[in-house]
Design a protein around this ligand. Structure first.
Ligand code: UDP
Length: 407
């Protein structure tokens, strides 16, 4: 099992030492994280890395996953789409079902916590049943809530305002709420199976096993099959590039158990890719961390052409691997990619095609941007920085009598 000390060679002794010092203030406190899927998507990715390390630091941290039926996840995907700005319909029966499934889940939970952190809208209404079971409740929003659909937000706001605080990934997502709001950037774990260093043999073995032939420059997008990830836009960009420059496109991704829209989007992607032999679509199982790591390292250019994005861990992962990354100029991607320095931001399939072509014709520039990107991630988006922010916030929230605390 990895320990915090294993991070010292990557981020330095001082950074790790500070985490031990901060954690001293929180020994034996009980924290509960709640989300709606154990695998698939960025939240599960983060919790699976962060929770074990918090326990190592002496915080009693548990992670609960709520259960729901397909109708529940239809409703919560509607919330998700609405929060990210889509026009959606919400029938009263849908809202009642959402609350009913949360009531059923609430009966399973009997902890007494210092702080409960509820991730995204799916489990948000648990607070209505379980308020007494924790001293503090924090709502952690991971989605791009920069322009929420008002019907959805008005409903969710009535629930969220019962919390003691909320956390967003960037200031543009913050809302009009009657409690303190905090900004914490997400992160990746450089020692996880998804991000650890791989040998060339390991990379080649994965390519061979997945049937990915690297006979031309490889362009890759890894993501759930979700409309906001714009896989069809990536195909349009690729078709424009392919007219003049030989290359291949790989779209790889799987499903998250809390996302019912995957099959429909996948069908649209397959339709858009029809008749193009240089486009490969790979369906990955939810635990394909090693495979994703290898694909990201094998790719020449990594694209994340989202039209909305809470943060975009796939961008961070690609940057950490020293890849040249092109991302949609939305949400958290903007925090990560700086034009000509750490990557390229684009606004359309045409812009994406332009940047792919540029990078294919300027491999030295691509390498330089990849190097800068890696150092940018080291400074801003690794798990140690994330844990530091989290510990600091928890210390603040556990200081009701305004004691003087040395951070
Ligand atoms: N991911 C995965 N399998 C997939 C697609 C994505 O393991 O088929 C991972 C991906 O590597 C990243 C996370 O899931 O760690 C996706 O996070 P991101 O913030 O990019 O998007 P989200 O899915 O949360 O909207």
């Amino acid at each position: 099992m990895k320990t915090l000390d294993d991070y010292k060679p990557i981020v330095g002794e001082a950074v790790v030492g500070q985490l031990y010092r901060l954690a001293e203030h929180l020994q034996n406190r009980h924290f509960v994280h709640i989300n709606s899927t154990a695998v698939g998507g960025g939240v599960a990715e983060i919790l699976s890395c962060v929770v074990p390390l918090l326990n190592q630091l002496g915080l009693k941290t548990t992670w609960e996953v709520i259960m729901g039926d397909p109708a529940f996840f239809e409703v919560t995907k509607t919330f998700h789409n609405g929060l990210q700005g889509y026009k959606v319909d919400l029938a009263p029966a849908m809202l009642e079902h959402y609350r009913e499934i949360n009531r059923q889940n609430a009966r399973r939970f009997s902890w007494e916590a210092d702080v409960v952190l509820v991730h995204d809208p799916q489990p948000a209404s648990l607070i209505e049943m379980l308020r007494q079971q924790s001293r503090r409740w924090v709502w952690r929003c991971h989605v791009d809530a920069s322009r929420p659909n008002l019907t959805v937000w008005r409903f969710l706001r009535e629930i969220v305002k019962q919390y003691d605080a909320s956390i967003f990934s960037m200031s543009q997502f913050a809302q009009n709420l009657p409690h303190p709001q905090y900004l914490i950037r997400p992160s990746i774990d450089p020692l996880s199976e998804k991000n650890r260093e791989l040998t060339e043999e390991e990379i080649q073995a994965v390519l061979h096993r997945l049937g990915v032939e690297k006979d031309k420059p490889l362009i890759l997008q890894i993501s759930r099959f979700d409309a906001f990830k714009d896989p069809v836009g990536v195909i349009q960009a690729f078709r424009l590039v392919r007219r003049h420059t030989a290359c291949k496109l790989l779209l790889a991704g799987g499903e998250a158990t809390d996302d019912p829209e995957g099959p429909e989007i996948l069908a649209r992607v397959q339709e858009a890719a029809r008749g193009e032999p240089d486009i490969q679509i790979l369906l990955l199982p939810p635990d394909a961390h090693h495979e994703i790591n290898a694909l990201q390292r094998a790719a020449d250019i990594i694209v994340q052409k989202s039209t909305r994005e809470g943060f975009g861990l796939t961008v961070t992962e690609a940057m950490w691997k020293g890849r040249a990354v092109i991302g949609g100029a939305v949400g958290g991607i903007v925090l990560q990619l700086r034009d000509y320095h750490t990557g390229f931001l684009v606004h359309s399939p045409e812009g994406c095609a332009f940047r792919i072509r540029y990078l294919l014709h300027h491999p030295e520039m691509a390498r330089r941007m990849g190097k800068t990107a890696k150092e940018f991630v080291r400074t801003h988006f690794l798990i140690t920085r994330h844990i530091r922010d989290f510990l600091t916030l928890m210390i603040l929230m556990n200081n009701p009598d305004n004691r003087l605390i040395q951070l």
